[in-house]
Each structure stands twice: as C-alpha cells, then as structure tokens.
Design a protein around this ligand. Structure first.
Ligand code: ZN
Ligand code: ZN
Length: 358
C-alpha cells in the first residue's frame, strides 16, 4: 500500500478548503496515511510536506513504520510540538478533524499555536477509506476466513448442551486466533434463546438448552482490518414463530443485497430490506440501521440507514445485517460483508446462513 499516494489524494481537499495544512489526529486515519500501528500518533499534512508526531514510546517503532516522513517525538505535549512545526513550516490556516478533536486539545492548540487559525474540517480521510484497495480487501478476506473457520469448528460441529454464552464466545475467540486472527475484531456477541431478543447482548453464564436459537455476532482482526458476521442457528427445534421471523429476515437480507451497487444510496439499500420486514408487520422489531462500512474500524462509513444519504462507491465493503427481535422469545439477525461493485456486490463470507438445526 502506498501511503504517499493516499496522502496526495488529500491535496485537493486542502486546497479546496483554503487550508495551509491539515492536522490528522484520528488514529485509524493516521494509520491509513502513514502505516503507523501504535496507539499515539498524529500527522500534520501540507501540500508538499508531512510531519509525523508521536511520543517516546514509539520513536523506534515509527522509525520502522514511517521511514518516509519527518518524525517528531515530543516530550512537552502534542500541542507545543504542533505549534513549533506550524511556525517552522509557516502555515497559518490549519484544518482539524471536527469530529475527533477533543475540547481539551483544541484549547491547548489555541494557547500554544497563537497566530494559527484552526478550521473545523469534515473527516475527508475517513471518506477516502471507504474504497478499499487490493491489499485491504485481502486482509478483510483473511479476517473473514478466520471467522468462517471458527463458525464451522465451534458452532456447526461443536455446539453442546450446557455450554454457556461466555464459554461459546471464548471458544469462538480461540478458534479465530488459531485460524489466523491477531485478536478479536470486537467482543463476541453470543445470545441464547430469549437473550437473542437483544440486538447487542453481552454473553452471560446462561447455559444452552434444547429449543434455543443461538445468535452469534463475531469477527476477527488481521493486520488492522476487521471482519463482521452474524449467524443465527437453532439448538433443537426453535419456536415456530422464530422460524417465521427467520424467513422474513433472510428475505430482507436478500433484498438488501440485491439493492447494493455502486451509486445506490444508503437509504435506498436500507429501504429495500426494511420494506420486507415492514410488510411482515414487524417494522418496530427492526430497531437499527441495515449496515455499515468495515475496514480499519469495525464501524465506519458508508453507513446504511433509513435516513442515510451516503452514496456507495465501487470498492466499499459494507455489512448487510437486518434483524428482528421479539421480547422474551428471541431474535434473528443475519449479517454478511459485501464488496460493492459497479453492477452489484459480492458476498465475502462463505458460512451458510440457513437456519441450521443442530
Ligand atoms: Zn456484527
Ligand atoms: Zn455489523
């Protein structure tokens, strides 16, 4: 991946906003533009220079990961280091990520960098990140492969009566790590029976019983990139009502996937899936958006929502994840990553999404 090329794509944005420089403080954005994988790093970007900032813990690491940029290790706080750099480069109009800069840092910057005008800017870097390159797609595919293998091993051939939600969540984590995950992409959601009525249930000591649905939302992290998948299976024959619900959710997901192509808006895709659930009389049982982008962050743009105006570009990777939740009975969600193409999309996971009765 060519970080310099990515940084160049911000030149037009910097010029368009009449900025001398852009201050990038949001860590996934810094990683995207530099390759730095540590927990504290920032970037000051002008149209022909880029300065990377970090603290003493990462001096050595940044030498390895960000060899192509001027690097500043600061001791007396980030704001003072930025002020010094702005003075040295002669920049006076500096854009910052309005969604990410804390009030504290904004105050520090105003105090330290007198004479520098701070201009709130949209998160243009996040928008560039919507479209994945081949290497990014490869990492997402590897993260998904780890989840697919864990599903097969732990769920399709490993579910046992009496296993608790916490045990199952841990088993999925272990299996994903054995299958190549660096770590979990996010805490595993494992919900049995009535717990599946919560969209984001935290695993408990509830044991698995015959007749439970088992809703699992999990994903891996590989080299900074995430996967995200939800499967709902049944342990023994599930309540008949949940079988009906499952068919509605599956039809909604198919409709959503069919609506995905480059140029579709977020609202159009959400509507395609949501109308299936509405026609089944379950509109108020689908309380969340249809999906979200996945990449360096588990939730990133574009966001698929009923009121969303994000336009899907070819190369974006988004989830399609309708769900229906019936209090005290249970719920069903099916979630898959898809790669947006010019004329449709390609599903990335290979795990079956049938309501398998185990
Ligand atoms: Zn998920
Ligand atoms: Zn998701």
């Amino acid at each position: 991946m060519d970080h310099a090329l990515r940084r160049e794509r911000l030149d037009a944005h910097i010029a368009e906003l009449g900025l001398d420089a852009l201050l990038v403080t949001r860590l996934p954005n810094v990683r995207y533009l530099t390759g730095f994988t540590g927990s504290n790093g920032q970037l000051l970007l002008t149209r022909d220079r880029a300065i990377f900032f970090t603290d003493g813990r990462y001096t050595e690491q940044s030498t390895q990961e960000v060899p192509d940029l001027e690097r500043v290790t600061y001791r007396d706080g980030f704001a003072a280091a930025v002020a010094e750099a702005c003075g040295r480069l002669g920049v006076s109009r500096v854009g910052f990520e309005a969604e990410a800069l804390t009030y504290r840092l904004w105050e520090d910057l105003r105090r330290e960098a007198r004479g520098v005008e701070l201009v709130p800017a949209d998160d243009e870097v996040a928008r560039l990140r919507w479209v994945k390159d081949e290497q990014e797609l490869g990492l997402i595919a590897r993260a998904q492969e780890a989840a697919d293998r864990a599903f097969e091993e732990v769920v399709l051939s490993g579910l046992r009566r009496g296993t608790t939600e916490r045990e199952l969540a841990f088993a999925l984590e272990l299996a994903m790590r054995r299958a190549g995950a660096d770590e979990l992409g996010f805490p595993v959601i494992a919900a049995f029976g009535e717990h599946a009525a919560e969209p984001h249930h935290r695993p408990t000591d509830r044991p698995l019983r015959r007749g439970d649905v088992v809703k699992l939302d999990f994903g891996a992290l590989v080299d900074g990139y995430h996967s995200d998948m939800t499967r709902t299976v049944a342990f023994g024959e599930p309540p008949a009502r949940l079988r009906e619900v499952r068919d509605v959710v599956a039809a909604a997901q198919r409709a959503g996937i069919r609506a995905v192509r480059a140029g579709s808006t977020s609202a159009e895709v959400d509507r395609a899936a949501r109308s299936v659930i509405e026609e089944a009389g379950l509109a108020d049982r689908f309380p969340h958006g249809l999906g979200h982008g996945v990449g360096l962050e588990i939730h990133e743009g574009p966001f698929l929502r009923w009121d969303g105006d994000d336009v899907l570009p070819a190369g974006a990777v988004v989830t399609i994840e309708p769900g229906v939740y019936i209090p005290s009975l249970g719920g069903v969600r099916i979630e898959d990553l898809v790669l947006v193409t010019e004329d449709g999309c390609r599903e990335i996971p290979r795990s079956t999404k049938e309501l398998i009765v185990l």
